[in-house]
Structures are given as structure tokens and as C-alpha cells.
Design a protein around this ligand. Structure first.
Ligand code: SAH
Length: 389
């Protein structure tokens, strides 16, 4: 594990976890004991998905509380040794984090592939910091790797952790499942969009929450989804098509800090604000670099999203704010600041029975937090607000 966090970041973590901060740091360097997917209940049943996976020998279970959630147990850790004579292919951070869980290494994820490695060779896959994460068989001659654009570079035989590769399952390709953390699914549960609602997702790509909103409302809500990133919107479009959700969602490219100006006509029943954050709760992390200034700039940005979102929310409407990070600066303090300045916005209880409550702020009793080292989930925060005037 290589977590390059400055003193300010470590102190922000300690403000939440005190002496347990080391347990927290340890937990984010590992995957949880389960990986989750959401069943697209608009297209299939949870029982059908479980039966078809089990028929192929895949261990899968329905979550104890969220009926649309299924999980796959994660096995490991297994020991991956590296010797001086081993042939080593280096993977980038993104690729390494899935290889760590047993996925094959694909050509775009290669950082270094020595020319001496040939198709059929046994190789070790390592991170850019030299940590061995898997063993496998090279499917390419490294000499050719620069001219190739896609395809499998290494078929993984043994990795530190092992879990089914969700995106390679036929159920995924058919649009029956969507990989999503359990904690993230609770955000849309807290939102509880109803049939007939106008629902706005302000930071939507790649569409995890948007898809859940469509399914939860059984395709009977009108969903308007915004995102600023052209590339991520392209991915989201593909995801909506795969899930067959496209007819239920209007997708717009916009800067959601200014929705109240650029889309001032919107009066939404439900709004989700799931903004960029420092992602400290995302796991597993093989390495990460964060500075306290990242936390402060994220929180300034998050306040802007919430302020704009509150202006397009109907009186009586519900807004959910969620992040996959754990700092008070980006969570409780953002919400507290926004409600302090807007007397028409009120914090209400998320009414989520799982996880813990918030930390050390006036409305801490109303928030939900998931702690990775305690709840065996992603580190996550959910707040629910309503507009009263
Ligand atoms: N809600 C998504 C994840 C969102 S991550 C899901 O559940 O799948 C945060 C998103 O905010 C990113 O897609 C990023 O492109 C987007 N974003 C960043 N700045 C933005 C801005 N100014 N306006 C709108 N979207 C923005």
C-alpha cells in the first residue's frame, strides 16, 4: 500500500476516526469481502439472475436487506511472490486495481512491457511502484505492444484477490446487472423517487445513480441527467443503451454549478447531487496521492453544486447529497454550510438502517455514513434534504 497523504489529509482522517485511522487506511488498501452489483429489475428478476449465474458455478447471493442488490464473495489474499529472474509487466493504476481482483490485463493498461517478453511466457504483473499483484501468461509479444490498441495482454492465473469479473459476464452484456457498491445504492433508496416524479441527477456520469433511479421508479419517472465531461457522457450513453434505459433519461452536457441559471425552468421533485470528491472511501487502492488542498477545493465545488441544485428543487421536494469520501470537510460541513445559508432547506433523516450516523455536527443524527473498516463497504456519506419554502 502506498498512500501518499499529507499531514492535512491524515489529520482530516483522524478527525473522523481518531486512533482507528490506521484501521481505516488498512481497509481502503484491500477490497471488501463482497463485490456488489445491482439487478436491472426493469428487465429481469433477481432470482433469474442468481439462478443463471449459479448454473455456471458462480457463487452469488442476494443482499440481506436491499432486494435489488446481489453480491459475489471476494477470495484472498493470496501470496504473489516476485523473484529477480521473473518477467515483469507493469500496469497503470486503473488496470492494476482490477488485476488485483483477478481481471486479465488489457493492452491499454500497460505501462511497461520489456521487449524480451513473448507470447506464452509466464509473467508477473506489478504496479508502477513495483508491487506484484498477479501472475499470468502473456498473450502478446511485448515488442508488438505499442502497435496494438486493444485486447488481452496477460491472462491472469493467480492474483492477490479473486472475484468474478462482472463486466465479462453474459448477464452484464445483456444489461441485467450493473456493478455498484452497496453504499451507493442506498443513496437512491434515500431519494425514493416515485412514479411521475421529475428527477434530476446533477453529476450523473457514468450513470450508476441514474440507472438505479430508472429502475426504482420502474421507468415511470422522468429523469434529467447532467454531467460536464464529454468523455464520461459518452460512456454513460453506452451504459444507458446496454441497460435499455435510454427512453427514460434525458442526457445533457452542462456545468451543474449553474443549473439554476442555464436550466432555470426546471422544478424537480427529486434531485441527486453526487459530486466529484477526494474518493478516500473507494477501495481497493494500490496507491493514491492526496493533499489537504484537494479536500478544500472539492468542498468549495460541492457547496456550489448543492446551492444550484436547491434552486431547481420544488417546495416539498427531496434532495440527496452523497460522496464516496470520508472527510467532514466534504460531507457534514458542506451540508451544514448550505442549510445555514438557506432557511428553506432542511436536513431530514436518511432513514437508512444500515451504516452509522454522521460525525460531530448539529445534524449528525440525520446523516448516514458507511465506514470501510467497520461495515465492510466503500467509505460513503449520504445526506437527505427537503425544501420547505
Ligand atoms: N453519480 C455518478 C458518479 C459521479 S462522479 C454515478 O453514480 O455513477 C462525479 C461526476 O461529476 C463526474 O462524472 C464528473 O464528470 C462530474 N462533474 C465534475 N464537475 C462537474 C460540473 N461542473 N458539472 C457537472 N458535472 C460535473
Amino acid at each position: 500500500m502506498l498512500l501518499d497523504y499529507d499531514v492535512g489529509v491524515l489529520e482530516a482522517i483522524k478527525r473522523v476516526y481518531g486512533e482507528l485511522y490506521k484501521a481505516f487506511l488498512g481497509s481502503i488498501s484491500r477490497p471488501g469481502s463482497r463485490i456488489y452489483a445491482r439487478v436491472n429489475v426493469l428487465r429481469t428478476g433477481v432470482g433469474e439472475v442468481i439462478d443463471s449465474l449459479r448454473a455456471r458455478g458462480i457463487a452469488v447471493y442476494q443482499d440481506e436487506e436491499l432486494e435489488e442488490a446481489v453480491y459475489f464473495p471476494v477470495e484472498g489474499p493470496f501470496n504473489i511472490e516476485m523473484h529477480g529472474y521473473d518477467k515483469v509487466i507493469v500496469a497503470d493504476k486503473y488496470a492494476a486495481e482490477s488485476v488485483y481482483l483477478g481481471s486479465d490485463l488489457y493492452i491499454p493498461g500497460i505501462v511497461r512491457c520489456p521487449n524480451t517478453i513473448r507470447r506464452g511466457d509466464e509473467v508477473v504483473i506489478a504496479t508502477e511502484h513495483g508491487l506484484p499483484i498477479a501472475k499470468g501468461v502473456a498473450m502478446i509479444n511485448c515488442r508488438d505492444s505499442r502497435s496494438l490498441r486493444k485486447g488481452i495482454a496477460v491472462e491472469v492465473v493467480k492474483s492477490v484477490y479473486r472475484a468474478p469479473k462482472i463486466v465479462e459476464l453474459p448477464e452484464y452484456r445483456a444489461g441485467f446487472i450493473y456493478p455498484q457498491s452497496l453504499a451507493a445504492m442506498y443513496a437512491v433508496r434515500a431519494l425514493s423517487p416515485r412514479p411521475g416524479d421529475l428527477v434530476v441527477d446533477t453529476c450523473a456520469a457514468p450513470g450508476g445513480k441514474t440507472g438505479h433511479i430508472v429502475e426504482y421508479s420502474m421507468g415511470r419517472a422522468l429523469v434529467i441527467a447532467f454531467d460536464h465531461s464529454k468523455k464520461r457522457l459518452e460512456v454513460m450513453k453506452g451504459e444507458l443503451e446496454r441497460l435499455k434505459h435510454s427512453p427514460f433519461v434525458e442526457l445533457w452536457r452542462a456545468d451543474s454549478r449553474y443549473l439554476h441559471i442555464d436550466f432555470s425552468w426546471i422544478r424537480a421533485d427529486r434531485v441527486v447531487v453526487d459530486p466529484p470528491c477526494t474518493s478516500l472511501g473507494v477501495r481497493p487502492k494500490l496507491y493514491d496521492v492526496k493533499r489537504y488542498s484537494d479536500i478544500l477545493s472539492a468542498s468549495r465545488y460541492q457547496i456550489q453544486f448543492l446551492r444550484s441544485a436547491s434552486k431547481i428543487l420544488k417546495v416539498g421536494g427531496v434532495m440527496v447529497y452523497s460522496t464516496c469520501t470520508i472527510t467532514i470537510e466534504e460531507n457534514e460541513n458542506v451540508v451544514e454550510k448550505v442549510v445555514e445559508d438557506d432557511r428553506c432547506l432542511k436536513v431530514v433523516d436518511t432513514e437508512i438502517k444500515r451504516g452509522s450516523r454522521g460525525v460531530s455536527t448539529p445534524h449528525s443524527y440525520a446523516y448516514t455514513r458507511f465506514h470501510p473498516h467497520i461495515h465492510d463497504t466503500t467509505g460513503y456519506f449520504i445526506a437527505k434534504l427537503t425544501k420547505v419554502c
